[in-house]
Ligand binder design. Structure first.
Ligand SMILES: NC(=O)c1ccc[n+]([C@@H]2O[C@H](COP(=O)([O-])OP(=O)(O)OC[C@H]3O[C@@H](n4cnc5c(N)ncnc54)[C@H](O)[C@@H]3O)[C@@H](O)[C@H]2O)c1
Length: 361
């Protein structure tokens, strides 16, 4: 058997210097590195419960805040409550925050770190597949306000990321599908061949965590190339929103009843269908991608997605101009991922209705 070894770390250049995403398979056995310096821990309450033994030394530290990882808690109100506690803990600028959890805890802690005392450093222990393979690098924080998802945020990278794949063993299968959605997205951006490589391993990576590691590594390596040239998302990095405008609309219209990366997978399917109906993408390319996408979101395909609520949410997307939707679509013979401006007219609404309807079939 060939055992694929991936390097121990990936270095990322950012506006605040170089930071490293380190593969640390022994972190849960020995989390003492997390206790160095003056840490203030913000931890997903599910992680605290599931890993109470392995993380005993961390959980016994005097500066621990537990947070339920819900979209409702990814809010200014929750950030304000956490900041109040951090102030009571006498956080100083030479202290640092440590986030232990998935994308929700990451977004909250990144946002707080970038604003508390005008900036304190922070470290990240991503515990979901989505966070390990995608969100942990790239500097972004995003906070929801009302039903506007990820509408407030900052760019503020962590100083260090510890990736221990052992956390994934307790992840619900739905969250595995969610992470695979973002892995499919990143590889679709790289090339049709990269996407096909994930697609042909889909069965294995859905059920065998050991098969996932090379795809976590390749996803981070592909994303690194883009965030190092466009950290502030002013140009080429926009294409990492493939599946996201539609995905956020689907999440919002279903009251966050569908995990983020699964909604993104549905969003990529919608993007493929709309691109094909507008003659931007050959039907054969749309069909090629849809097979893998449908397989990944299948367990959620029965959930009704109301068109009106989805359209309302889509109209609030950050990438829109004042008159047009800014959509990220696969375009041309190679299904290149590109930004396309589309008027939200009757023709578009019809195409959107049809694409949402096809998810359930
Ligand atoms: N900042 C970014 O660049 C970025 C990128 C993509 C997504 N996001 C955001 O990330 C969020 C989604 O994050 P996510 O998918 O990582 O999950 P999450 O943080 O929403 O967590 C999902 C569920 O899994 C649980 N969980 C976490 N780790 C676990 C583990 N090891 N074992 C068992 N259960 C565990 C959580 O408690 C929660 O119930 C969304 O809000 C999305 O907008 C941010």
């Amino acid at each position: 058997m060939v055992v694929l070894r991936v390097p121990d770390s990936i270095s990322i250049q950012s506006h605040r210097g170089i930071y490293e995403a380190c593969f640390t398979p022994d972190l849960l056995n020995d989390p003492s590195a997390l206790l160095e310096g003056e840490p203030h821990f913000i931890i997903d309450s599910n992680i605290a419960r599931l890993y109470s033994t392995q993380l005993h030394s961390v959980l016994s530290h005097p500066n621990v805040i537990l947070v339920d990882a819900t979209e409702q808690n990814k809010s200014l109100e929750s950030a304000s409550q956490i900041i109040t506690t951090l102030v009571a803990q006498k956080t100083r600028r030479n202290h640092h925050l440590v986030a232990i959890g998935g994308g929700i805890i990451q977004d909250l802690v990144c946002f707080i770190a970038s604003t508390l005392l005008r900036g304190v450093s922070w470290q990240l222990v991503p515990t979901t597949l989505l966070a390990q393979a995608d969100s942990c690098i790239g500097s972004k924080s995003s906070i929801n306000v009302g039903d506007a998802k990820n509408i407030v945020g900052t760019f503020y990278p962590p100083t260090k990321i510890y990736i221990d794949q052992n956390f994934l063993r307790t992840l619900h299968q739905n969250e595995i599908h969610s992470g695979i959605g973002e892995i499919l997205k990143v590889h679709a951006i790289d090339s049709a061949e990269s996407f096909n490589r994930v697609a042909s391993s889909l069965e294995a990576i859905t059920h065998d965590l050991d098969a996932i590691q090379p795809f976590i590594y390749s996803a981070l390596t592909i994303k690194k190339r883009y965030i190092e040239v466009d950290e502030f998302d002013e140009g080429i990095r926009n294409i990492f929103n493939f599946g996201h405008s539609f995905g956020h609309a689907i999440e919002s219209a279903t009251n966050f009843g569908i995990p983020h990366g699964v909604a993104v997978t549905m969003g990529m399917d919608v993007a493929c269908q709309i691109a094909a109906s507008r003659n931007l993408l050959p039907n054969s390319e749309s069909a090629r991608m849809r097979t893998a996408l449908r397989l990944n979101y299948q367990p959620f395909a029965h959930i009704p997605i109301p068109l009106d609520a989805s359209m309302n949410a889509l109209l609030k997307d950050k990438k829109n101009s004042s008159t047009e939707l800014g959509l990220i679509l696969p375009v041309g013979q190679q299904a290149n991922i590109e930004k396309v401006m589309v008027p939200p007219n009757e023709e578009f609404v019809d195409q959107f209705r049809h694409a949402l309807g096809a998810i359930a079939q």
